[in-house]
Design a protein around this ligand. Structure first.
Ligand code: ATP
Length: 360
């Protein structure tokens, strides 16, 4: 296993040397720790596959370097990078048995048969295909074939990293949950460095120790699920993580207050705003409440979702959502309250500190 260093990577598709290249991947400069489980999460077109393909060697970055441990692998082809890959759609050898498909990467490396048997049996159990071991892969469903692809990605223990590109797309919902949980267990057991591309928030949050949120060709935050929820570094992270996502409202800043429409909202300190930036206030729906005292708000709709209810409202002509406990009363002439400790201020979409409290 290896640490993966992304050293000032940028990538533009199309011919090299254009005067104004369009970067699918803007500056990416981060380390993925040895043995970490990372999910690359973001909407379609944000650059996840581009980054994964640079890591695997399918794509040469226009600029920057990629290192596995101390070794610069930027110019090495995929075969020389010692990685395992699992793609969105199954890649299996139809004429081979399920067992032989799984044994293939090990036989290629002359691993002794006894060890192969041991590893393949373990994987067959994990993917629930033990009874199919001696059958040809040809007759299997797409779902079962994908499980073989997944198993083949996991069968070697000596790879630098395992890369997954939306591997559970063709798997049925229940099995998705089972496989995700098993991947996590396997990660705990063997400590593989894993990079997992998905646009599914639940998949990313359950699989990864660290979620790498990408937006518009950039990594906007790398964090644990809790960090992404509690302290979104970028408005996109606030909006993308959580359901409903964070409320983001255009706001003026006056000392330790935010001005939204005609209302003033107390902040926990004075935000440090660099230059003439566009300022916004972000607060998760869980930290807004309704009371008899507070700021004017218009309630539009209340959705009951079991133990909680989602209130859709308008505040200073901007739509907002609140998440309330099921038993929380909504007063007749409800007013809006903010939990000041949960307010984030953003300047040009990036979270800023408060000068007085020193919050980072
Ligand atoms: N071969 C290519 N040639 C030109 N542009 C490309 C190519 N592949 C991707 N792009 C562009 O690069 C940007 C990033 O694409 P990429 O596939 O990396 O995003 P993604 O986050 O993986 O999206 P998806 O989830 O849809 O696969 C997009 O604007 C896409 O149109």
């Amino acid at each position: 296993m290896a640490r993966i260093s992304l050293d000032h990577l940028r990538h533009a598709y199309g011919p090299k040397g254009l005067a104004n290249p369009v970067y699918a991947l803007k500056e990416v400069h981060h380390d993925f720790d040895d043995g970490g489980a990372y999910a690359l999460l973001g909407p379609s077109g944000c650059g996840k596959t581009t980054l994964l393909n640079i890591i695997s060697g399918l794509l040469q970055p226009s600029e920057g370097r990629i290192l596995f441990g101390e070794t610069d692998v930027t110019n090495l082809p995929t075969e020389a990078r010692n990685i395992a890959q699992v793609f969105q759609f199954p890649v299996v050898y139809d004429t081979m048995t399920v067992y032989d498909n799984l044994a293939f990467p090990l036989r290629n490396r002359q691993v002794p048969e006894a060890e192969i048997e041991n590893r393949v049996r373990g994987i067959l159990k994990m993917i629930d295909l033990e009874s199919w071991a001696r059958r040809k892969a040809r007759g299997l469903t797409a779902d079962q074939k994908q499980k073989i692809s997944l198993g083949r990605g996991l069968v070697r223990s000596d790879v630098n990293a395992i890369l997954f590109d939306e591997p559970l797309t063709v798997i049925d919902p229940h099995m998705k949950w089972v496989l995700r949980t098993q991947l996590k267990q396997l990660h705990r057991q063997f400590g593989f460095t894993m990079v997992y591309v998905t646009h599914d928030q639940t998949e990313a949050l359950t699989f990864a120790d660290k979620v790498v949120v990408m937006y518009d060709g950039q990594i906007v935050q790398i964090g644990t699920p809790a960090e992404l929820f509690d302290r979104p570094r970028h408005t996109f992270v606030g909006y993308f993580i959580g359901s409903p996502g964070m409320n983001v409202m255009a706001a003026g800043i006056d000392g330790a207050e935010a001005i939204i429409g005609g209302s003033r909202v107390a902040l926990p300190g004075r935000p440090v705003i660099p230059g003439a930036a566009k300022t916004e206030l972000g607060i998760r729906p869980e930290f807004l409440s309704l009371s008899r005292e507070g700021l004017p708000v218009t309630i539009r709709k209340v959705e009951d979702i079991g133990r909680q209810k989602i209130v859709r409202a308008a505040f200073a002509d901007q739509p907002i959502s609140l998440v309330l406990r099921e038993d929380q009363e909504i007063p007749a002439d409800a007013k809006l309250r903010f939990d000041p400790a949960a307010i984030h201020i953003y300047a040009d979409s990036w979270r800023v500190d408060y000068a007085m409290t020193g919050r980072a």
